[in-house]
Design a protein around this ligand. Structure first.
Ligand code: 0X9
Ligand code: CA
Ligand code: ZN
Length: 339
């Protein structure tokens, strides 16, 4: 009898005990520490536009599967006008768990705006070009990584068979379906049913149809690499010499900041992968296109890069980004190609 009463007493108390320990959700909005959540990116992009209305314009470029607005920030003088200026595109957050890939382009945007008045090099590049920054292309997946599964990679498409997600970096339309992508819906490198099936990649395609981008930098992590096309084949790209030279210059300028080595190499040297953003833009337009794999160098800590490394990772990548912007506006670029 006594044993039974203790037993039932414990049974009744169990939910309370559990609630008291760990199962109560933290109050307040989703939090990613110093990393920006989707809500924070949305608010802070609007604030930047409010603070710098002459040179910053927030634009909705599409809607994710779960109907979150995908934001681009355009930075240029006469920002409301379409001018005949070299346009360069920075994209982050293809992959949900790669939080640093969102904060680096966001901090780049902030840096350009906050230093426009005081730094003549920044002023020159903002005045003579158009800088487009899409810090978080995959808001649904990022939110899911913040709230439910830190190591989620894909978007949040319901594939209809119990699986979720398309790998956005296998969904672009140059040599879509080739090696290093999967037709299996449960795979982490599932390419989707057709090229540009996802609203997130379609948003980039549509943006590129409206603006002539002459370079692309797509942020990811981890491994500390500067990758250039091709990625779907180990054959050299037609502009291999130029691409590898630009990648090496960027890697060198990264190293000069905090002595972190980022290895410049052809994407296919990492592994073959078809349908990524850089092969697509380069394949369509021959605009030099790069994947920068940010910190850390190795699987420990892998994707879960501590808050304390956000700022140094941004700092070391700033000169490389500025170099690429300046190159797009240079006589070198105009001589190097038919763009
Ligand atoms: O696999 C990817 O999409 C990128 N690496 S990540 O670990 N951030 O997912 C690399 C893309 C580089 N492109 C090719 N290797 N083709
Ligand atoms: Ca302008
Ligand atoms: Zn990635």
């Amino acid at each position: 009898m006594t044993n039974l009463r203790i037993f039932f007493g414990l049974l009744l108390a169990l939910p309370l005990l559990l609630a008291g320990t760990c199962s109560t959700p933290a109050p307040g909005p989703p939090d990613a520490g110093i990393y920006h959540t989707y809500a924070e990116i949305s608010t802070e992009l609007q604030e930047l536009q409010t603070q710098f209305p002459a040179i910053a314009k927030v634009m909705a470029i599409g809607e994710s599967v779960e109907e979150r607005t995908i934001w681009a920030l355009k930075i240029s003088d006469n920002v409301a006008q379409e001018e005949d200026e070299a346009a360069v595109l920075f994209v982050g957050g293809h992959h949900s768990r790669e939080w640093i890939s969102v904060d680096v382009p966001f901090l780049l945007a902030k840096h350009l705006l906050q230093n426009y008045q005081t730094d003549s090099a920044v002023k020159n590049m903002v005045d003579s070009g158009e800088i487009w920054i899409v810090p978080l292309l995959n808001p649904d997946g990022h939110q899911y990584s913040v709230i439910s599964n830190r190591l989620w990679r894909k978007n949040r498409r319901n594939n209809g068979d119990g699986s979720f997600g398309v790998d956005l970096n296998r969904n672009y339309g140059h040599k879509w379906g080739g090696p290093g992508s999967s037709g299996e819906t449960f795979s982490d490198i599932y390419r989707g049913p057709v090229a540009f099936s996802e609203p997130e990649t379609a948003a980039i395609r549509n943006l590129a149809a409206q603006h002539q981008f002459v370079a692309l930098l797509s942020y990811h992590n981890y491994s500390q690499l500067v990758l250039f096309p091709w990625g779907h084949t180990s054959a050299p790209a037609p502009d291999q010499a130029l691409l590898s030279q630009l990648a090496r210059t960027m890697a060198d300028s990264i190293f000069n900041v905090h002595s972190q080595r980022y290895t410049p190499e052809q994407s296919s040297d990492l592994y073959l992968a078809s349908g990524d953003a850089t092969d697509w833009l380069y394949g369509e337009t021959r605009a030099p296109s790069f994947t920068v794999e940010l910190r850390p160098r190795s699987s420990n800590p892998g994707f879960v890069l501590p808050d304390s490394e956000i700022q140094p990772t941004f700092e070391e990548n700033l000169p490389a980004a500025l170099f690429l912007i300046e190159w797009t506006q240079s006589a070198d670029r105009r001589m190097s190609s038919t763009l």
